[in-house]
Design a protein around this ligand. Structure first.
Ligand code: SF4
Length: 230
């Protein structure tokens, strides 16, 4: 199954600090420290994206029906009341992106030795780095859709889309050989290493959008998210 490893991650301290401060301006000293954290993170971040295309058979109420192929039977994803966001999809990309576990391991060590600010900054760098890996996958879908003259859906994920609980990762991630990128699901349906995320993105001739967006209005984190756009 394809694994994307050639992923360029450009990190900017101001962007990391902006995320840390929920969009508010931060002191210059913190920006300098964040550049140091970015420097440290280079040897600890291993971006990878595992993905596969699956045929979308249709939407039935709150369920999306997929035909993964390879001799397996059809698969069902229970997306909940917003399953209709996939109604125009002819194909869907199922993906897991990760930056690996080395950064989190180092952060734990820093926390144990009382270097809390350093740990905090590195953690924030990791969150932004993971978002950059997600961007690479979205870009890939957009290019694929463009080559067919199709449009794309928003990026949907269990634990984020209202009505699709985190346990939905068992069915979604079950479509991918997680071992190929050193990731697994724990008993609660959370991806380990923690800086890993799954997503489902549809594409088809009836979608109007050329850009893979987010559905903030249906997001479980909308109340607390400073990046919310709608
Ligand atoms: S509310 Fe925030 S976390 Fe949710 S989809 Fe929008 S940007 Fe993403």
């Amino acid at each position: 199954m394809p694994v994307l490893t050639d992923i360029e991650i450009k990190l900017d301290a101001r962007e990391v600090v902006l995320a840390l401060h929920q969009g508010k301006k931060a002191p210059e000293a913190m920006i300098e420290e964040t550049w140091d954290a970015i420097g440290q993170s280079q040897a600890l971040i291993h971006p990878r994206a595992l993905y596969r295309w699956v045929k979308v058979l249709g939407v039935n109420g709150e369920q999306v029906l997929l035909a993964p192929g390879n001799g397996g039977g059809d698969a069902v994803l229970r997306l909940g009341p917003h399953a209709d966001l996939m109604a125009k999809a002819e194909l869907a990309l199922v993906s897991i992106v990760t930056i690996g576990g080395k950064l989190d391991h180092h952060i734990n060590e820093l926390n144990k030795s009382g270097k809390l600010l350093e740990a905090y900054l590195l953690d924030s760098v990791g969150v932004v780095a993971l978002a950059e890996v997600g961007k690479a996958i979205r870009k890939y879908v957009e290019m694929e859709a463009e080559s067919r003259g199709w449009g794309v859906s928003a990026s949907l994920a269990p634990g984020s889309l209202q009505g699709w609980p985190i346990e939905g990762q068992f069915a979604l991630c079950g479509l991918l050989p997680l071992d190929d990128i050193g990731v697994h699901l724990n008993e609660s349906g959370v991806l380990v290493p923690f800086k890993s995320v799954s997503s489902l993105i549809g594409m088809g001739g009836e979608y109007q959008s050329k850009k893979v967006g987010s559905v903030c209005r249906f997001c479980m984190r909308a109340e607390t998210c400073w990046r919310r756009r709608e």
